[in-house]
Design a protein around this ligand. Structure first.
Ligand SMILES: Cc1ncc(COP(=O)(O)O)c(C=O)c1O
Length: 412
């Protein structure tokens, strides 16, 4: 699954990919099926961070000495790399943030807060992660605006007819996830963006679950804002990126105040640098940004179509295995799903399922997955979620299904 053009032949394929993730050498028996929460770190990200800390550590944009100048160059190269990764032609459309959550909060407070008026509305969907739910709920509450929520249709997809009806001349933003972190549904974001743009409504895409394996070409998607996190794409924690379309850059005001974002400071007032340089108050997460850059280099070597096919095959094997078990309710439409599957076992609480699987060295997540409104709408309080990535194997799926069978036997 590494493209042979970028990697020696011996390094292509699943086992070569898995070898690139040191955690599996540490725990060869671990079936890590919680990739929607965070992916594992690839060796080059770990090595590059180590090299930076040992040999290149300096902060950016401040020093004229060599180490700082080099760190600054690498930091700005990373911005250009993220822009290329997202198909954005201008590096200055990209701000570094702490991750998807912070990126969305930035759009809420730097951009939309200044636009929203009583009687306006914001449209999101019922399948949003709390990160793409609460900032808009708060903004609406604080400004006398209405939060409108696209429901699921009967087959479990987003109800696009309802989306069309909810957006009106008072809609200030449509903010939706590309891939549901609970159902795995891949939303038809191109269509949704086109629908919103016909009404001149800006659109934010939450790409937390898609950045690793899906092509996110903002020039084709035509979205106005896009957010993702490095740690869900083989990179480090605490760093991510925000894309802001040219048209809206001038409206992006600083999100937090402090050094590094200013042009001129007097005792009376401060003039700020423009976006994206007004987003980095304080010392930025330099090593995190370089780790993100390194993760993008790794992703660039992957044949992502092949990787998506691999993950879909694991999902479909898992769906078949689950279908063979009595009393399993799988959420969402398997046909539309990516590598994420949520399910419930009739009489066994998801936390008990996850604890039992942990005894068998299988890491899955149980709970509401930061999507409480979605689960409530489905009459649930928790599910078991398995989520696959490029290094998972068919054998791990079989182990999962086998353990679930054993659990059912044990429970009865
Ligand atoms: C769809 C989605 N959006 C947003 C987030 C928040 O990402 P982060 O915690 O990296 O800010 C997540 C994390 O699970 C997610 O799955």
């Amino acid at each position: 699954m590494l493209t042979s053009e970028n990697a020696p032949a011996a390094q292509t394929g699943l086992s070569a990919i898995r070898k690139r993730f040191p955690i599996f050498q540490e725990y060869p028996e671990l079936a890590y099926l919680d990739n929607a929460a965070t992916t594992q770190r690839v060796d080059t990200v770990i090595d590059d961070l180590d090299t930076f800390h040992r040999k290149r550590n300096a902060t950016v944009h401040r020093g004229v000495y060599t180490l700082s100048a080099e760190a600054t160059r690498s930091f700005e190269d990373a911005r250009a790399k993220v822009a290329r990764f997202l198909g954005a032609n201008d590096p200055e459309t990209i701000a570094f943030t702490r991750g998807t959550t912070e990126s969305i909060n930035i759009v809420a407070s730097s951009f939309l807060k200044r636009r929203i008026r009583p009687g306006d509305n914001i449209v999101i969907s019922i399948m949003e992660h709390h990160a793409n739910f609460i900032p808009w709920q708060m903004l609406c509450q604080e400004n006398g605006a209405e939060l409108r929520i696209v429901p699921l249709s009967e087959n479990g997809d987003l109800d696009l007819k309802s989306l069309g009806e909810l957006m009106d001349p008072r809609t200030r933003l449509l903010s939706v996830t590309h891939i549901s972190n609970t159902l795995g549904t891949v939303n038809p974001v191109d269509d949704m963006i086109a629908m919103a743009h016909r009404k001149d409504i800006p659109v934010l895409i939450d790409a937390a679950q898609s950045a690793a394996l899906y092509s996110l070409d903002v020039s084709k998607l035509n979205c106005d804002f896009l957010a993702f996190s490095a740690h869900k794409a083989f990179g480090p924690f605490g760093v991510g990126a925000l894309y802001v379309r040219d048209r809206y850059k001038a409206e992006m005001k600083p999100y937090t105040w402090g050094g590094g974002i200013v042009k001129n400071v007097t005792t009376i007032q401060t003039d700020f640098r423009p976006y994206p340089y007004n987003m980095d108050s304080g010392t930025p997460n330099v090593s995190g940004v370089l780790g993100l850059s390194s993760a993008l280099d790794f992703i660039h070597q992957l044949d992502r179509e092949e990787c998506r096919r691999h993950v879909r095959e694991l999902s479909s094997r898992c769906h078949k295995g689950l279908a063979g078990l009595k009393g399993v309710r799988v959420l969402g439409d398997p046909e539309k799903a990516s590598g994420i599957i949520s399910f419930c076992l009739d009489e066994i609480h998801p936390h008990d399922v996850a604890s039992f699987l942990n005894e068998d060295n299988i890491a899955v997540r149980a709970g509401m997955h930061c999507t409480q409104p979605l689960l409530t709408s489905l009459g649930l309080t928790a599910t078991v979620r398995v989520s696959f990535s490029i290094y998972n194997t068919p054998d791990e799926v079989d182990r999962l299904v086998y353990s679930l069978k054993e659990l059912k036997k044990f429970w009865e």
